[in-house]
Design a binder for this molecule. Structure first.
Ligand code: GLC
Length: 439
């Protein structure tokens, strides 16, 4: 039974087993940006000055906020952890921070929404993660740069604005807030910082910020001291425990300096992280299941995002999509949890995930009656459809056998040929479970 070696982290800290086992998490982008409902970067895209943007805090009244319902939808979809944006680039905080009044407590909501979130997530038996934005377009000491809503002001105006700003004071604030989140809410399993752009060669901007601006080494050390088992991502511009590709599917296991590393792709349902009323560019549940499977077949996790509305509830598309993913996970989750890449070469339009001596063949396209599996001859003792445990027969066809009428010709040596039902099972992705022989 060939097992591929476990990918490492890029830090000296071993990755907690749960992260590699659970494979599927839910991301929640929620903040004042849910009110304009035009993307979480609306303040940047529409160059809205801070004093004008602050109006949204007066109207933030999420009367339908029910984090238990969020957590239940996540659990029923098969997600095992949830990461909430405690503070996004707009600078608004969903918890009762002692370091600013720009929080949910000072809005019609009038309470600590993170507190209720962590309680609900734990009640549903899921793990807790926080997203924390390193950028802060509200903080008076965060200097204007190429990502800031005021980036197109005149040079004189920007110089005047930046003259009064002190990033060391902002750093103190940033560290203080992260300390609050990692001290006041019990065990935190995952910390998703976002983002450094000093070394962003894809989208370079002026005044770009990175590790020295955030005090990243101290920040990471503090987080580990406060939460020893925590997983920290790779966006502090110093090595993290997990690499976080975003809105694209890696085409192979991810590597850093030639070493395979743990990774997690964060994906949206419609391209926007924050609730975007008029955006209906929705991925189907089928596609999202294929993205989950594809990632696991390359030793990666999927962090699937939802953007609750300004009322605090999940929109119908998110609820339906999660539910449909849950329908598939109910029948197929053992091909995901605790599974990873296999050393066997998967045929075209399929993916392998492996968990010990169980090899899962995920069929992205349904072939007619037969599928040929290179290298598996003599290695499989039993095969079944995973959705209903119905047995599948298999055989080896001698390489030199000539095709004749209905008689199929031979397959390359070592190939195992499975016979499939003509009718494709009615699931997002049909999966065949192969029981490998003990070597
Ligand atoms: C990017 C987006 C940000 C989002 C994050 C999620 O950095 O700019 O809005 O929160 O990705 O990974």
């Amino acid at each position: 039974m060939t097992i591929t070696p476990e990918p490492t982290t890029t830090t000296a800290t071993p990755l907690p087993a749960w992260f590699r086992h659970d494979r599927f998490g839910m991301f929640v982008h929620w903040g004042l940006y849910a009110l304009p409902a035009r993307h979480e970067w609306v303040m940047n895209e529409e160059r809205i000055p801070t004093d004008q943007y602050e109006k949204y805090a007066r109207y933030f009244e999420p009367d339908l906020y029910d984090p238990r319902a969020w957590a239940r939808s996540a659990r029923e979809a098969g997600a095992k952890y949830i990461v909430l944006t405690a503070k996004h680039h707009e600078g608004f905080c969903l918890w009762d921070s002692a370091l600013t009044d720009y929080t949910s407590v000072h809005t019609p909501a009038g309470r600590d929404l993170v507190r209720e979130f962590v309680n609900a997530v734990r009640e549903e038996g899921l793990r807790v993660g926080f997203y924390y934005s390193l950028l802060d377009w509200h903080h008076p000491d965060f200097t204007i740069d190429g990502h800031h809503p005021r980036r197109d002001d005149s040079t004189e105006e920007i110089e005047a604005l930046n003259a009064g700003r002190d990033m060391s004071r902002y750093r103190e604030y940033l560290h203080g807030q992260v300390r609050e989140l990692l001290t006041n809410y019990g065990q935190v399993d995952y910390l998703f910082f976002d983002f450094s752009y000093e070394n962003d060669h894809h989208q370079p901007v002026w005044g770009a910020k990175g590790a020295s601006d955030w005090g990243s080494e101290e920040l990471m050390a503090m987080a580990r001291e406060l939460q020893p088992g925590i997983v920290i991502n790779d966006r502090l511009d110093i090595p993290g425990d997990v690499v976080t590709p975003e809105q694209y599917q890696p085409d192979r296991p991810m590597e850093v300096n030639g070493r395979e590393v743990a990774w997690e792709a964060c994906q949206t349902i419609n391209g926007s992280w924050g609730y975007f009323r008029d955006n209906s560019n929705n991925k189907s549940a089928d596609l999202l299941v294929r993205m989950l499977v594809d990632g696991v077949s390359k030793n990666g996790n999927l962090l699937l995002n939802v953007g609750p509305t300004g009322r605090g509830n999940l929109d119908p598309v998110a609820v339906r999509t999660l539910s449909e993913i849950g329908d598939w996970m109910t029948l197929h989750s053992r091909s995901i949890y605790g599974a990873g890449a296999s050393a066997f070469q998967a045929p075209a339009d399929t993916r392998y995930t492996q968990r010990g001596n169980r090899l899962y063949l995920h069929l992205f396209a349904w072939p007619f009656e037969h599928i040929h599996l290179p290298g598996l001859a003599g290695k499989v003792e039993y095969a079944q459809m995973l959705n209903d445990a119905s047995e599948l027969t298999f055989r080896e066809i001698a390489p030199d056998l000539q095709a004749f009428n209905t008689g199929m010709g031979g397959q390359p040596a070592g190939t195992l040929t499975l016979t499939l039902p003509v009718v494709r099972p009615n699931v997002a992705v049909p999966v065949i479970e192969l029981f490998l022989t003990e070597e």
